[in-house]
Design a protein around this ligand. Structure first.
Ligand SMILES: C[S@@+](CC[C@H](N)C(=O)[O-])C[C@H]1O[C@@H](n2cnc3c(N)ncnc32)[C@H](O)[C@@H]1O
Length: 222
């Protein structure tokens, strides 16, 4: 994949644009606003248990990991954040993202630590937040070394651009590595995705999306 281009979204936060597939990493209505709404509020905030294992599809800019680590500092929860990425970004790109300045109570050091954490090793970032960044392809991932997931941030590029990442088989495999009552959140509310999640064993809710997106999906594994 070519190096993506930095672009500004409507809430002032940066995102990246991949010209060859005509796709942004986040909503152009607001990258931080979207991540907060979908992954933090509709996802992480649904958990009050002492420890949460999160699995993210697509580490990308590290925005979801960063927002999750910031939330973790405010609570007593312990989080293990497992994330996979097929195309890790060069430091010249992630260093120029403005998330540390734009996010309230931002923490530039935390953002740097998340990005500088070695790939394919579990790294302790704070007392209660550890990250394991796996350089891997979702279509070819071996889940066996991971603990069971409580929460999945499904943040792949759209099904129009990468249909192979949204197939029922992907969700079935993921579900087999999720704890009872695990939740999966995604920005994509398409019927085909909803049906795949249901086939994989999730009860799926359509919930209101962030600005620019009428609905998003949240699945709960029964
Ligand atoms: C919509 S972007 C979101 C990234 C990230 N969550 C963020 O906030 O920046 C999708 C990400 O999935 C990654 N990706 C694409 N194909 C993949 C694959 N087959 N396996 C794992 N990751 C993939 C892309 O490189 C990109 O970083």
């Amino acid at each position: 994949m070519n190096i993506p281009e930095l672009v500004k979204t409507a809430d002032g936060s940066d995102t990246l644009f991949v010209r060859e597939i005509d796709e942004h990493y986040h909503s152009t209505f607001g990258a931080v606003q979207e991540s907060m709404h979908i992954f933090i509020e509709a996802g992480l905030h649904q958990f009050d248990q002492a420890s949460v294992n999160i699995f993210e599809v697509g580490f990308g800019t590290g925005l979801n990991a960063y927002l999750t680590a910031l939330e973790c500092i405010k609570t007593n929860q312990s989080i293990l954040y497992i994330t996979i990425e097929k195309f890790p970004l060069p430091s010249s790109i992630w260093n120029s993202l403005n998330y540390s300045e734009i996010v309230p109570e931002g923490n530039p050091l935390l953002f740097q630590m998340i990005h500088n954490a070695a790939w394919n090793e579990k790294v302790k970032i704070t007392d209660r937040f550890s990250i394991l960044k796996r350089s891997a392809d979702l279509t070819d991932i071996d889940y066996s070394s991971f603990p069971m997931f409580d929460l999945v941030y499904f943040d792949a590029f759209s099904p129009e651009k990468q249909p192979e990442l949204w197939e029922t088989g992907i969700f079935l495999e993921l579900a087999s590595h999720c704890a009872h009552q695990a939740k999966l959140v995604t920005y994509c509310a398409k019927g085909v995705v909803r049906r795949s999640l249901i086939t994989a064993g999730f009860t799926v809710e359509r919930i209101p999306g962030p600005p620019g997106k009428r609905e998003i999906l949240r699945g709960t594994l029964e």
